[in-house]
Design a protein around this ligand. Sequence first.
Ligand SMILES: Cc1cc2nc3c(=O)[nH]c(=O)nc-3n(C[C@H](O)[C@H](O)[C@H](O)COP(=O)(O)O)c2cc1C
Length: 301
Amino acid sequence: MSNLEIQIGGMKWKNPVTVASGTFGYEYDELFDLSQLGALVTKTITLNPKKGNEPCRLAETRAGLLNSIGLQNPGVEEFITEKLIKYDKYKTNLVVSISGSTIDEFCQIADKLNPYDNIDAYEINISCPNVEKEGLAFGVEAEVVRELIAKLRATTDKDIIVKLTPNVTKIEEIARAAAESGADIISLINTVLGLAVDIETKASRIKNGIAGYSGPAIKPIALQNVFRVAQAVDIPIIGMGGICNTEDALEFLMVGASAVAMGTANFSNPLITLDIIKGLEMYLGKNNTNLREIIGSFKLQ
Ligand SMILES: Cc1cc2nc3c(=O)[nH]c(=O)nc-3n(C[C@H](O)[C@H](O)[C@H](O)COP(=O)(O)O)c2cc1C
């Protein structure tokens, strides 16, 4: 058996495979033992409950999925009283994804979650609108990211994973701002902006208009972003975006990700994470190699 264990930030993962925030609820528990994953990542939690956007919130396209869920979640208080305990039975790392509409809100959420030892890391979702900056996403301005992560760093000893949006011009600048202000890990990519038109109504197929695009179509976009970020920072990367099989996962590891996450693929194959864990084991065994040799082994020329 190949050794899939990784050290990532302050955490030890039994394998480099996890799930993408918002795509993996407790219902998967009925299908397999979630302790087999390297880590579990929750849906993004906000300070106050959010009922999310009006339907239609999901639309399938030829090569991917459009979504505009609107961060529907029960808010941090109910998450603590009702949901957090459900993760206790899993012998794996727990990453709680958090988001706010101001820097202070992010810090308030971290303050409330800090006492819970079963939380290993926060994933900071910076794709959401910043109300102090006319609703511009936090993740598009390096200076805002720097201030946000520095303030969060001062509030917590847990690992900080900063999740980058690909909807920027120079992703390296955002990644560097996160790393320099105290992030332990970077994850990417969040969804790519997309639109689908209903030709009968001449309106967007998604009620909210422009939406987030995910699934197989975004894999090349994600790969080049992961590659560029891996050249720019020294902290580890969790790569995601369109991963559907072991070969996809290997591509992300080769361009510099230390771990991989599956999102949309869970909807068509709920066992995709297990398939990829087994596939990675087989690949390493067959090629008599190890993760250390694979990660970052890609050369552009
Ligand atoms: C239905 C849906 C809900 C999502 N919700 C969140 C979320 O709450 N927080 C977040 O950071 N990303 C969210 N994402 C983005 C995914 O975590 C992931 O970054 C993106 O979908 C790319 O990976 P994939 O192509 O494997 O799905 C969501 C994606 C989908 C499809």
